[in-house]
Design a protein around this ligand. Sequence first.
Ligand code: ATP
Ligand SMILES: O=c1ccn([C@@H]2O[C@H](COP(=O)(O)O)[C@@H](O)[C@H]2O)c(=O)[nH]1
Length: 289
Amino acid sequence: MLSPVLRSTFRCSINASRLKASNSCALLSKRLYSSNGSSGPSSSHRGKILALLGALAVGSTIASISYQKNGPVEYVEKDSSSQSQQTSSQGPAFSPKDVSVIFVLGGPGAGKGTQCANLVRDHQFVHLSAGDLLRAEQNREGSKYGDMIRHHIKEGKIVPQEVTVALLKQAIRENYDLGKKRFLVDGFPRKMDQALTFEEQIVPSKFTLFFDCPEKVMLKRLVERGKTSGRSDDNVESIKKRFATFIETSMPVVNYFESQDKVVTVSCDHTVEQVYDQVKAAVKDKIGN
Ligand SMILES: Nc1ncnc2c1ncn2[C@@H]1O[C@H](COP(=O)(O)OP(=O)(O)OP(=O)(O)O)[C@@H](O)[C@H]1O
Ligand SMILES: O=c1ccn([C@@H]2O[C@H](COP(=O)(O)O)[C@@H](O)[C@H]2O)c(=O)[nH]1
């Protein structure tokens, strides 16, 4: 169950701005009333004060709402007119009966992206790599998250969930509106808060495909990939930080889904074809085709 604090992560800031607006009105009212030293103003003076406060309250609310349009979630989300999405403000945006999400987790360089590409080719999944979405947002002209994302990626740290969840939600909506209903969410959730928020606000996952791979194999693959990938984190220093984050922060997510019997582990120290045989068997078992 999601804690009240986490549950309100996305919704509290607008309330906070509104609270600030009404608090400042209350404060102003208090000051106006005490400024003439009497117990209260005359009735015509009081009428003017009330009119002024009314105008201030409307102005502040408009200002706080438009300010929020630039907040983390609204900034990266676009409105969707899809009729098929669930409308409840509390529950997930999509029904798991309608939308299938497979989380794809595993250490850096385990081969997640390679196998997702195979599934896209053969099984019409949409591949959403959280890392790719973050890199695209990082490079998007005008993004106010660019520098923050760049820093987190280089350091192997997890970008705050608000940004990543919103990017995924937007990508799922856009694909859903095109009729796509099967998603591989690759390299996500990397942290418990992301797992809880995604399943509560977007859609519960079908299962997690966990790519199990020895560190030395992943290191070798990433150093090799780094010769051509151009990625700022495919170097030994960043790779070591990513390994540490994976063990400390992401393995608890795998263990959490394991405790719900929702993990299929794939052994990755084999050829691409051998790994793919395991991946196909897992998808067939859990989803049917
Ligand atoms: N089974 C395999 N055997 C040998 N090399 C592989 C295998 N699977 C993937 N590779 C290679 O290893 C590198 C890492 O693979 P991939 O990009 O799929 O990993 P990843 O888990 O998605 O990594 P990251 O999380 O860092 O994005 C790539 O260069 C890929 O070609
Ligand atoms: O949910 C996520 C996913 C990724 N990140 C950051 O991106 C890099 C690269 O991710 P890849 O999956 O290897 O492409 C990762 O090390 C994190 O820094 C994230 O913050 N949150």
